[in-house]
Structure formats: C-alpha cells, structure tokens
Design a protein around this ligand. Sequence first.
Ligand SMILES: [Mg+2]
Length: 205
Amino acid sequence: MRIGIDLDDVIAVCAVPYLRKFAERFRVDLPDEDIGWQLLDEMDDRVSAEQRDRFRMDLYNGPFFGELDVYEDAPEALERMVGAGHELYFITARAERRRVVTETWLREKGLIEHAKAVHLKPQGDFVPTTRGKYDATGSAVYKVRLAAELSLDAFCEDDELISRSLAESGVRVWLFDQPWNREVAHPLIERVTGWSDVIAALGIA
Ligand SMILES: [Mg+2]
C-alpha cells in the first residue's frame, strides 16, 4: 500500500507540549487528562484571538518543532511497514518554510529513511482562518490533493476535518484516537489507539 502519514500527533507528540507552554504563558489551568487542541476552543474569554495567533507564530518560529518527542512505538512500526513492502509518505500541514527543522528532526529520530518523501504545505495554500483558532480547511484541501497525486491507498491522521475529507475522496484513514477527534465517523475511517493497531490492520504485527 501507499500510505500518507501525518506528523503532528501521529508521529510527533505535539498538542500536549503546545498546551503546556500555552498554559504556562497565559497562566491558565489545564485538566489532568485529555489535554488537547479542543481546549483552545474554550479559551475565548481567557486569551484573545490575537494573543493566541501571536503565541502560535512565536512558538513555531522557535525551537518547538525540533524538540518534539516521537510516539514510542512509531519507529519500529514504520520499519515493519517498509519491510513489508509498503510505501510511506510523510505529509504535514506545517508550512514549507518549516522543512529544515522538520527534516532535521526526522533525521535525528531515525525516521526519515523510512519515507519515500516529505511533503509540507506550500505557502500558496494559505486559506484565511478564524482568528485564534486552527482551521483545518486549507490543510484538508492540500492533503486530499496530495493523496490523489500520490495515488495513496491510506492515510494516518488525527484531525477530524482532514480525516473526513480524505475518506470522502476514497482514501482509507487510520484515525489516531485523540480527545479532539471523537465526533468523526465514516465507513472508510478506522479509529486506532496507536501504531500497534495500524500494523495489526496491515497484518504485520
Ligand atoms: Mg496532526
């Protein structure tokens, strides 16, 4: 199979460190569990949209992406997938200007050699978004287009809108279960708890 693989919250542990830094910066409390992107939607009365946008840009312009941890079971799973003959493509909605930090990180973590290519979102794909909130619309358009161009059979993803868009375009999705994606359901979307479920689904566990 030809398989697209998202990075943030699929390969890289991203939402938790982001929210922890956000909470530290704006002195807001986080719950003990289910820390995730859905919490940002509840910050309207605490932190302005402008402040949230500024925080995100400053964080992403710093060392953030180069310091993320990898999900523990990801490296071996990717190795098995490649060993079984599957073709892997890292496809992230991170902007193209994050390529150096992204590829350096993938190399340091020993992951880049498993992929046929690393795709980041071209700057031209920018779609105006609701201020202060992540809007996945442009990312969904980008990933659906790439899935078609690369003739992908399946995609590993955590975002609801992107997963639904991929499924509606006929691409099978392994949806990595997260507190912010519990609503989505589609015949082509299979919810997984992590990489062990993906390799089990591929029959290579
Ligand atoms: Mg993601």
